[in-house]
Design a binder for this molecule. Structure first.
Ligand code: ATP
Ligand code: PYR
Ligand code: K
Ligand code: MG
Length: 524
């Protein structure tokens, strides 16, 4: 297969399709984020998810309450202990989401070509004629010809419980609509009207309560800011985090509306990372534009050296043991496009096969990683950064270049803030990067605290980085500290079966005042 395939190594051999893949010793370089919920919250299941490669656990507050999520988080902590694996915690906000008031949970049968009225009169029983919503601004926002989408929370598209409506007219606070497809609405139903996200505050009162209580209590690693519209949304969240003593929490802006898409570049500058919420954006964008959004947004994140996570890849695995061909190909393409991570939603939250899903998605990612054209990416990013490069970036990129040239098995990077590890990841090395995170001692005249564990967990959202926590002694024992930090990484590489005698290892560290790249050979 020659020519035109910039994203994959050439020549791509057809025979490789039939050769079984080498067993991998580590989870895929691409990170896997799993949403935890009813079908994935026991200690055993979470432990299996961690062993299958999940490195970030997402808690979606659109569903269920803080107590429920707290129980799940406690189980996650036990599972981490059992599996001896680190996992970061991501809190996903509710944002300006409008649920259909359907307390009694009775299914509502809707027939194509019938009419239905969305009303803000919440005293009405939901029925095939009336759908009450707790939001009164709808009739002002919508006009004849607009589209309303109703779907089960984390609808996958294959259920027959999502429905398209076309607005016919508005009358007072009511909106009369034409039903476009036959469906039965059941469970927890959300309304998707893109115009609403512009008129309501991005961080709801519930979000503020959840972040200040649950978020603070658990010192969460990431906030996934749903429906991010512009840079102000990100700044407001940051200010809110500061007032709640969540100084270390990172903000991942979820881009899932056209408004967010329009302000993508400014949001990217301010956020720590990006989530491409294809579930919601997939409703608003014409189908033929979805891939364009993904490719251009991922490219911008790659150039900025900020992590980007893609959602909604294997919806059909919510009920099936294998993904569809289209989904399997889509996962691989996300990796080739340059995604740092894949986020699983319904598949792990309420799906029948959470563990299998993580395993299969991980295997597809790992396969795509082996053929991804790393040199092309390296050149692209170097060109984008231009010259003169900062010292740090120039040495970090040399480390990656050296790893490619000597066909190293591993890169080891020393870091405290995580900065050096992120710079390495920006150049997309083809091999795993062990980040030896050296704790830093802080004091405020009353007590001493170490920083480093949050910084290590943040790296669990960055492609190719496997953080290792070094003990404080490593940090304070002078010249021999790098020695013992390196040993820590090499022993880990050996114990997981990644390193064998005479393997080359690229080490990125500071000696004295200078950053150096050295190449060492592994002696078992
Ligand atoms: N404790 C350490 N021991 C040895 N080398 C280190 C240590 N911490 C960082 N380095 C190395 O220092 C160089 C500069 O890294 P950088 O300043 O970005 O470190 P960082 O800890 O990632 O970030 P920061 O210094 O902002 O906290 C890199 O080569 C990095 O690998
Ligand atoms: C995960 C999510 O919010 C989305 O894909 O829209
Ligand atoms: K959410
Ligand atoms: Mg969404």
């Amino acid at each position: 297969m020659q020519g035109g395939h910039m994203e994959v190594e050439e020549p791509l051999r057809l025979s490789s399709v039939l050769t079984s893949s080498k067993p991998s010793h580590l989870p895929s370089l691409t990170k896997l984020v799993g949403t935890l919920g009813p079908n994935s919250r026991s200690v055993e299941t979470i432990e299996a998810c961690l062993n299958a490669g999940m490195s970030v656990a997402r808690f979606d507050f659109s569903w269920l309450d803080s107590d429920y999520h707290q129980e799940t988080l406690q189980n996650l902590r036990l599972a981490m202990k059992n599996a001896k694996k680190l996992c970061a915690v991501m809190l996903d906000t509710v944002g300006p989401e409008i649920p259909i008031c359907n307390q009694n949970g009775k299914p509502i049968e809707l027939k194509a070509d019938d009419h239905i009225t969305i009303t803000s009169d919440v005293s009405r029983e939901p029925s095939a004629e009336f759908l009450p919503v707790d939001y009164s601004g709808l009739s002002k926002i919508l006009k004849k010809g607009d589209t309303v989408f109703l779907g089960q929370y984390l609808f996958t598209g294959s259920e027959n419980n999502s429905v398209w409506l076309e607005v016919l007219e508005t009358n007072g606070q009511d909106v009369m609509c034409l039903i476009k497809n036959t469906a039965t609405l059941a469970g927890f139903i959300l309304m998707h009207v893109s115009q609403v996200y512009e008129s309501l505050p991005n961080l709801s009162d519930k979000d503020k309560k959840v972040i200040s209580e649950w978020g603070s209590r658990n010192n969460v690693d990431f906030i996934s800011l749903s429906y991010t519209r512009n840079v102000e949304d990100v700044r407001e969240l940051r200010a809110f985090l500061r007032t709640n003593n969540l100084h270390e929490t990172q903000v991942f802006a979820k881009i899932e509306t056209v408004e967010g898409l329009k302000h993508f570049c400014e949001i990217l500058q301010e956020a720590d990372g990006i989530i491409l919420g294809r579930g919601n954006l997939g409703i608003d964008l014409p189908p033929e534009k979805v891939f364009l959004f993904q490719k251009s947004a991922v490219y911008k994140c790659n150039m900025a050296g900020k992590p980007v996570i893609i959602t909604r890849v294997v919806d059909s695995m919510t009920g099936n043991l294998r993904p569809t061909r289209a989904e399997a190909t889509d996962v691989a393409n996300a990796v080739l496009d340059g995604a740092d991570g894949i986020l699983l939603g319904a598949e792990t939250l309420r799906g029948l096969y959470p563990i299998e899903t993580i395993k299969i998605v991980g295997r597809i990612c790992a396969e795509a990683e082996t053929v991804r054209n790393h040199s092309v990416h390296f050149k692209r990013i170097s060109k984008h950064v231009g010259e003169p490069m900062s010292h740090a970036e120039s040495v970090a990129s040399s480390a990656v270049r050296a790893a490619i040239k000597v066909k190293a098995a591993l890169i080891v990077v020393f870091t405290s803030s995580g900065r050096a590890a992120r710079l390495i990841a920006k150049y997309r090395p083809p091999v795993p990067v062990f980040a030896v995170v050296i704790p830093r001692l802080r004091s405020n005249s009353l007590k001493w605290t170490f920083t480093g564990s949050a910084q290590a967990r943040h790296l669990l959202g960055v492609r190719g980085i496997y953080p290792i926590l070094a003990s404080p002694n490593v940090a304070t024992s002078g010249a021999s500290s790098e020695e013992s930090g390196l040993n820590l990484a090499l022993n880990h590489g050996k114990s997981v079966g990644l390193l064998k005698p005479n393997d080359q290892i690229v080490v990125f560290q500071k000696i004295g005042d200078s950053s150096v790249v050295k190449i060492v050979e592994f002696q078992a």
